[in-house]
Each structure stands twice: as structure tokens, then as C-alpha cells.
Design a binder for this molecule. Structure first.
Ligand SMILES: Nc1ncnc2c1ncn2[C@@H]1O[C@H](COP(=O)(O)OP(=O)(O)OP(=O)(O)O)[C@@H](O)[C@H]1O
Ligand SMILES: [Mg+2]
Length: 316
């Protein structure tokens, strides 16, 4: 853990304790009040939506709504009417005039989540809206002006999609006047343990399960793990552990992280030094093909000391 590192709340709803994450939050705070479109990139569970909501709250559009639409969760055939709305009778089931998400975000923020999943046909329509700032409902003829802040997010490689022509470059530029890449949890110095402790406090209070904390092995396992699901996964694992834990301390098994085999011993300096000594002695002996005098001189100790050391370490 970073020496003296503490968890902070740089933006409402966001906990951060690493310089990497604090930097992103500071930059987001700085641009929140501008009109610039912001593209949030990052792996699943890194906090893209949390950051988008925080930017909305700090923006000039905070009195309006934060309207989110997940482009990956809605079938392509419905996405157009979800985004743009429709007039009565525009298609078979169009019973009454319905406003789309873009219109609902008037004077507020439109958050286009999973923008990399927007089909090409709608990319063209969205681009038109971003250029004209007006929409036409499906089946409608009137141009409706919409004033909204645009934020979007994706875990996809948009540059790669642009080079294979599945994402429009002109749309990309409109959407990403500013881009933030939220680092994955594994790249945030010291943040895993800080967040884990904070989720532990939260859930042991919420679930009325007083606990002493994590065992040494659990702390080691938390640090060792790669966190593909990032903060969302960490939060879920800690929450589940608080529920499952039947002792005062959370173990790697409670976290379902038993894969990380780090004995408690490994933290003790005595143990670390012993391992380092053993490694050096074995290496020296191998290098000198078992010649004790030469190995001793390589290691900078006397022959009798090396014999003692070998006996102590169990090196034969
Ligand atoms: N910095 C953080 N502080 C506190 N909680 C966080 C943080 N980052 C993520 N979380 C938790 O993880 C959950 C997932 O965050 P969010 O929905 O913003 O991720 P995402 O990047 O949009 O993920 P996806 O790509 O899967 O949609 C949040 O609801 C919150 O509970
Ligand atoms: Mg999300």
C-alpha cells in the first residue's frame, strides 16, 4: 500500500485513494462545468457511470435530468424509437406520441452508455443530431430543438472499430471532445485494500455483522488477485464475504479467492530474509559447482559461516 494512503471522496459517490484515480477525478471536475462532450473509457466495473453522474451533478445541466441509455441492452430494431421517440401511428404498436431519451434529456445530460454497440445506421442519425441539435421523432416531420450535455462510455476499443469501419470517425470526434480513461483496479496503486476495507465497514454496518477485519491471508489474496470485474467485483466479493463469514475475520475462502496461495508467513521479514538467503546460497553453490570456498568468497562470508548457513537453511 502507498505509505500514508487514505481513501478520499474526490467526487460525490466515488471513492479513490490512488494517484491514478485521483488524477482522473480532478480532471473530470475541471471539465464538468464546460459544454464539452466527454467519452469515458475503461473496463467493466471501473466506475464509468459513477463518473458520468458526478460530472452531471457538477455541470450547468444539473437541474435537468440525467438520462442514461444503454445501447448494448436494447435490440437494434427498438433503439431508434428509444433514442428519438415516435409519433402516434408511426408503426403498428405506436399507440401514442412518445418522447425519446434524447428529448427527455433536454436541459439535462444524455449518457450514451456502451456507445460502441450503436449500429452504423443509428450512428449516422446520432451524428446528425449532434451537428444540428434538433431531432425528428420516428414518423414525425417537426424538427425539435434539444439542448443537452452529451456524455458517453464504452469498454470497447473504438479506435480499432474505426479502423475496421464499424464505428464512424466523425461521430467519434463529436463524442470525444474530452476523453478520460479510467484505470483498471489492478493499475491503481494501493487502492484495492483501501476500497476493500471501506466496503467491509459499509456492509458490516448495513448487515449488522460486526467483524474484526480481513485475515492476513485475505489481505494478501486481495492484493494478489487481478480484478477483471474491477470495483464492482471487489464490492460484490466483500459483500458476499460479510454475509458468509462465520468467524470474526474474513478469510480468502469467504472472498472466494482461495486460488491465491499466500501463507501468513510470507509477510514476516524473518521469512523473507531466509528465503532470500537460501536463494543466494543455492545460486552461489550452483555457480561454483559446489566448491564451498569459492561460493563463500562470492557470498562474502567465511567458509565456516557458509557451512553454518547451509545447516541452518537446510541446503545440502
Ligand atoms: N470509485 C468507486 N467508489 C465506489 N464505488 C465504486 C467505484 N467504482 C465503482 N464502484 C461500484 O461499482 C459499481 C459499478 O460502477 P459503474 O456502473 O460506474 O461501472 P461501469 O464502468 O459503468 O461498468 P460497466 O462497463 O460494466 O457498465 C458501482 O455501482 C459502484 O457500486
Ligand atoms: Mg456502466
Amino acid at each position: 500500500m502507498v505509505d500514508g494512503a487514505r481513501l478520499k471522496v474526490p467526487l460525490e459517490g466515488i471513492w479513490a485513494g490512488s494517484p491514478e484515480m485521483l488524477r482522473v477525478c480532478e480532471a473530470a471536475e475541471r471539465v464538468a462545468s464546460t459544454d464539452a462532450s466527454i467519452m469515458l473509457l475503461g473496463e467493466s466495473g471501473t466506475g464509468k457511470e459513477l463518473l458520468a453522474r458526478a460530472v452531471h451533478r457538477l455541470s450547468a445541466y444539473s437541474n435537468g435530468r440525467f438520462v442514461a441509455i444503454n445501447c448494448a441492452a436494447i435490440p437494434d430494431s427498438l433503439l431508434e424509437s428509444e433514442l428519438f421517440g415516435y409519433e402516434k401511428g408511426a408503426f403498428t404498436d405506436a399507440g401514442q406520441r412518445t418522447r425519446g431519451k434524447i428529448e427527455l434529456a433536454h436541459e439535462g445530460t444524455l449518457f450514451l452508455d456502451e456507445i460502441g454497440d450503436l449500429p452504423l445506421s443509428l450512428q449516422a442519425k446520432l451524428l446528425r443530431f449532434l451537428q444540428e441539435r434538433t431531432i425528428e421523432r420516428v414518423g414525425g416531420r417537426t424538427e425539435i430543438p434539444v439542448n443537452t450535455r452529451i456524455l458517453c462510455a464504452t469498454h470497447r476499443d473504438l479506435q480499432g472499430m474505426i479502423s475496421e469501419a464499424s464505428f464512424r470517425q466523425d461521430l467519434y470526434y463529436r463524442l470525444s471532445e474530452i476523453t478520460f480513461t479510467i484505470p483498471p483496479l489492478r493499475d491503481r496503486s494501493g487502492e484495492v485494500l483501501l476500497l476493500a476495507k471501506r466496503f467491509l465497514d459499509q456492509y458490516s454496518a448495513e448487515l449488522a455483522r460486526p467483524l474484526r477485519g480481513f485475515s492476513h491471508q485475505a489481505l494478501a489474496a486481495l492484493e494478489e488477485y487481478d480484478w477483471p470485474g474491477n470495483v464492482r467485483e471487489l464490492e460484490n466479493r466483500v459483500r458476499r464475504a460479510v454475509i458468509l463469514c462465520d468467524k470474526m475475520e474474513i478469510t480468502p475462502q469467504d472472498l472466494e479467492l482461495s486460488g491465491a496461495k499466500i501463507p501468513e508467513e510470507s509477510f514476516k521479514l524473518r521469512h523473507v530474509r531466509r528465503l532470500a538467503e537460501e536463494r543466494a546460497v543455492r545460486k552461489a553453490l550452483a555457480y561454483c559447482e559446489g566448491n564451498i570456498s569459492r561460493a563463500a568468497s562470492l557470498l562474502g562470508v567465511s567458509r565456516p559461516s557458509l557451512y553454518d548457513l547451509m545447516r541452518k537453511l537446510g541446503v545440502t
